[in-house]
Design a protein around this ligand. Sequence first.
Ligand code: HEC
Length: 143
Amino acid sequence: MTLSFKSIASWSIVVLILMQFVPLKRINPPVVSDIQLPGFIKSSLKKACYDCHSNETRWDTIAYIAPASWLASTIVASGRNVLNFSEWNIQDIANNRKKTTEIKKVISERSAHQQLYYLWKPENHLNDTERITLQLWLHQQGQ
Ligand code: HEC
């Protein structure tokens, strides 16, 4: 049996439709203890990092359509797992210090972290002013 383009296309559509029924953990759990930061620092992190590192993810329309939704929910789950600004004080102080050092590294690497996301949402990139202010602030924290 040779598969015609038409039958491949119609099977692909069926598979795509079935994919939509796979249940996903695409929820925002409650914000338990949000990190306390000066306003400008907070708004920069909210813009550039909160989609993956907090319980306040702004789920994009694409995050509701499989298979993109699978990728989005996997990335957010693993991002929250390593660093969650909405559950900051629950983690111990030593751990928070370690995280702050890692944050400094990610910020100085600019767009190297999660390139796909920043290609998709260039407006969420930290601009130079935001990046330098964040770096100065982190430096003042003794990191
Ligand atoms: C598109 C989702 C996404 C965005 C946006 C994002 N991250 Fe991440 N981040 C992740 C994921 C996933 C991991 C864990 C796996 C990895 O390291 O790639 C991670 C890991 C980290 C880590 C742990 C150390 C490391 O390098 O693995 C730090 C610190 C971090 N991110 C900071 C930030 C900061 C600061 C921002 C904002 C400027 C940010 N992230 C934006 C998804 C994201």
